[in-house]
Design a protein around this ligand. Structure first.
Ligand code: ATP
Ligand code: LTN
Length: 335
């Protein structure tokens, strides 16, 4: 029998929380890949606003951050004509499917999630049930769109594994409903570290503002933060376990310039940390400047942003409904 050849592109799904200023870590670990994958794959990307309220948010600030995160997605060059760009809370199937999945997820397996342990220690006065069950909602985000790949930073690997486990279990119990997705984690940049404590990941919720660079920081701020970055004592630009601060800067510089770490070491051979930090700051600022310029254009026109996301929401909903109803039917609900 002749082989059927289809031109269907493989599918990609990912989301980002509007829980604060997006950082260089978000950019290098995830968003840069979202852009790179747009031509080759059929991509769906969302602002995961429902996830943001697992920690306390001020309503007016949350609202502004949802617009701002969506505007950054457009400013990066994500194209609503090529990809589906939507807002998670506008597609009700996410919360609906997460209930079906919750009833097929064990308390024990959720208790092993390291991010839950970290975040509940950090927000000890608000260890809510949503924070605990957040990976189930994330599994629903993913499984509704039947993606082949999910581009994320290394910190999300455990959540992706649980999404796969949930999908495999569901399919075994009720019949094939979900595609089993593969994580897509970049080789370099998957874990950008804090500029002030290179043992910790760069995080937008870090109170020390010198620890992270925001995608929207201006050039002077970016250079100042890199100049203040904590470095090591060997006084040479070399990647090594003994030099976590410099290794982090080498990784950042190499992902942005496309040079290998060995080429970076060669470029700065015999030169001090000062020169190197300035070069990293400049490379980062030059990479982010056009994104900031585009962002300023998009954020100024709320009506246009709304028009774009409403269209994205509708495209996403059509796909999500199909999977959701299939899952409902298989579980035994009357439709
Ligand atoms: P928080 O820092 O408040 O916990 P977060 O930035 O980790 O939030 P998200 O905004 O949802 O959480 O992350 C979006 C994407 O950015 C995810 O794919 C995540 O893996 C990636 N990411 C976040 N921080 C880093 C980092 N320091 N290095 C590389 N990738 C990162
Ligand atoms: N939990 C993720 C954000 C997120 C996500 C998703 C990522 C929510 N839903 C679906 C990939 C796929 C985080 O990065 N903190």
């Amino acid at each position: 029998m002749a082989e059927i050849i289809t031109n269907e592109k493989k599918k990609v799904l990912s989301c980002i929380q509007p829980s604060g200023m997006l950082t260089l870590g978000n950019y290098l670990g995830a968003l840069k890949n979202w852009k790179n994958m747009q031509e080759e794959f059929d991509c769906t990307y969302a602002v995961a606003d429902l996830h943001a309220i697992t920690v306390r948010q001020e309503p007016a600030k949350l609202r502004a951050q949802i617009y701002s995160t969506y505007a950054i997605m457009l400013a990066l060059g994500l194209d609503p004509e090529k990809s589906t760009l939507f807002i998670q809370s506008h597609v009700a199937e996410h919360t609906a499917l997460s209930w079906l999945l919750s009833c097929n997820t064990q308390f024990g397996e959720m208790s092993r999630m390291t991010q839950f342990k970290d975040k509940s220690a950090k927000h000890a006065n608000n260890v809510n049930v949503g924070l605990f069950s957040y990976p189930v909602l994330m599994a629903a985000d993913i499984l509704l769109y039947q993606p082949d790949f999910v581009p994320v930073g290394a910190d999300q690997k455990q959540h992706l594994e649980i999404a796969r486990d949930i999908a495999i279990r569901f399919n075994n119990l009720y019949g094939d409903v979900f595609k089993i997705p593969e994580p897509y984690i970049p080789k370099a940049g998957a874990r950008v570290m804090s500029l002030q404590d290179p043992e910790k990941k760069m995080s937008k919720s870090d109170e020390n503002q010198n620890a992270w660079v925001a995608i929207l920081d201006d050039k002077d701020t970016i250079i100042r933060k890199f100049k203040r970055a904590v470095t090591d004592s060997e006084a040479c630009v070399r990647m090594s376990e003994a030099q976590p601060g410099i290794s982090n800067l080498i990784t950042i510089y190499s992902v942005i310039t496309g040079k290998t770490p060995a080429e970076v070491e060669k470029e700065f051979e015999g030169r001090g940390y000062g020169d190197f930090k300035l070069a990293v700051g400049e490379a980062v600022a030059d990479e982010l400047a056009p994104i900031k310029a585009e962002y300023d254009r998009f954020i100024g026109d709320k009506a246009e942003l709304e028009r774009i996301f409403r269209e994205g929401d509708m495209k996403a909903e059509r796909v999500a409904r199909k999977t959701y109803f299939k899952a409902m039917k298989k579980v035994g609900f009357v439709l």
